[in-house]
Design a protein around this ligand. Structure first.
Ligand code: ADP
Ligand code: ASP
Ligand code: MG
Length: 411
């Protein structure tokens, strides 16, 4: 039988009514003749609650226990979804990550999927099971411990299953009816896209558009998974939602496809470090060892052999980064005058493959921000994106102004 993967995010399984609604949709696909792998997230708010319990118990927690705790929300929804399907006379059972098993690296709280053996599920499909409900977000390390795939990781679970089982499609059901030109919660003018290229979706996701986890887009691109984002709240046709696909499949597109933002960014500057070979390696090696994910990096022009080094990082990693760099100074590994942090910034980015062939996008972006009186603190670019770091209080204004200026509400 052909296989379909259907993933339901937190708001789509937030209570029993919604689980029933999602189960009905699964039933429709089963009736069409598909064997279905359903991937579920925890009920909305549940994972945040579990993370809060960990933080309140132990500020410098053991990541293995963090994973054991925060993965548990998905166990509940997987069981409830299987029961609901059984109530509808659909042969279904639940699977936790370790039961499949979904094998991952041992990088707790941000593990990567290594392999998904298909034998166990296939054996059950062979015996008449029509739906395997799999708890998203969780896996099993080589050491036999429970791992998690990073926040939003159920998207990645879904795509990985679609790749492993050669699914006809991977449908991601969420609380919006597709991928928009920007977060529809920030801009009422955001427009739903019928199609978006893997490359653009990858950039949007990694720059903050949380509708898909970045890694899920990477996997879909690599394994050519037909990936679709659609709403679990509306009746759906086979053409509903947004298809994430190869750029060749998209006939027409704007130079800028979308605007992304990341609210919880911080800026950190090391004042007066020596400007000599090896310094960047020492600083960023130290941050990497501390598990800090640095994004933008800028080095000032040097004066008298000293320079300032600035980078951006997620706000919740500032404490860890500070501790690591202060320790480095104490140990004599790096000499600097001062460490200055600003955790009131946000990153706003414009993304589009059209930028490869059309110039002037950066100039226009900077003009728009300047007209709005928004000061740019750091800039980075790649072939298909431009990102700026600005004061967080201007973030929504900047997103809306850029959306207007690049006329993203129009096709
Ligand atoms: P789920 O719980 O289903 O995984 P998420 O909250 O992780 O859902 O992702 C869906 C949310 O992503 C939407 O509610 C929306 O606010 C946000 N989002 C951000 N950028 C975009 C975008 N460009 N298009 C659609 N949604 C976006
Ligand atoms: N429940 C997890 C989270 O909130 C995984 C997911 O929903 O994708 O991050
Ligand atoms: Mg999500």
């Amino acid at each position: 039988m052909p296989v379909l993967v259907m993933k339901f995010g937190g708001t789509s399984v937030a209570n029993l009514d919604r689980i029933r609604r999602a189960a009905k949709r699964v039933g429709v696909e089963v009736a069409k003749g598909y064997d279905v792998i359903v991937i579920v997230s925890a009920m909305s708010g549940e994972t945040n609650k579990l993370v809060g319990l960990v933080d309140d118990t132990s500020p410098l927690y053991d990541a293995r226990e963090y994973d054991a705790i925060v993965s548990s929300g998905e166990n509940v929804t997987a069981g409830l979804m299987a029961l609901t399907l059984q109530e509808m006379d659909v042969p279904a059972r639940s699977w936790q990550g370790w039961q499949v098993p979904l094998l991952t690296t041992s990088a707790h709280s941000q593990a990567r999927i290594e392999e998904i053996p298909t034998d166990n599920l296939n054996a059950k499909f062979g015996e008449g099971m029509r739906v395997a409900v799999v708890a998203g977000f969780q896996g099993l390390s080589p050491e036999g411990r429970i791992t998690t795939l990073g926040r939003g990781g159920s998207d990645t679970t879904a795509v990985a299953f679609a790749a492993a089982f050669g699914a006809e499609r991977c449908d991601i059901y969420t609380d919006v009816d597709g991928v928009y030109t920007t977060d529809p919660r920030i801009s009422p003018k955001a427009r739903k896209l019928d199609k978006i290229s893997f490359e653009e979706m990858l950039e949007l996701a990694s720059l903050g558009a949380k509708v898909l986890q970045t890694r899920s887009v990477e996997l879909a691109m690599r394994y050519k998974v037909k990936l679709r984002v659609l709403s679990s709240f509306e009746e759906q046709s086979d053409e509903a939602g947004t298809l994430v696909c190869d750029e060749e499949e998209i006939m027409e597109s704007n130079v800028v496809a979308g605007v992304a933002y990341s609210r919880d960014e911080a800026k950190m500057t090391l004042l007066s470090v020596a400007d000599r070979p090896g310094i960047a390696s020492i600083i960023f090696g130290c941050l990497s060892d501390a598990g800090v994910n640095v994004d933008m990096i800028v080095q000032n022009i040097s004066e008298d052999g000293r320079t300032d080094m600035t980078c951006s990082l997620p706000t919740d990693q500032v404490a860890r980064a500070k501790q690591a760099l202060e320790q480095l100074k104490t140990d004599g590994g790096l000499n600097y005058a001062e460490l200055v942090t600003d955790d009131g910034v946000a990153k706003v980015s414009v993304v589009g493959i059209g930028m490869r062939s059309q110039s002037g996008v950066a100039a226009k972006m900077f003009k728009v921000l300047s007209d709005e009186g928004v000061n740019i603190k750091v800039i980075t670019t790649s072939e298909i994106k431009i990102s700026v770091l600005i004061d967080r209080k201007y973030m929504e204004l900047a997103v809306q102004a850029l959306h207007d200026a690049f006329e993203l509400e129009k096709v």
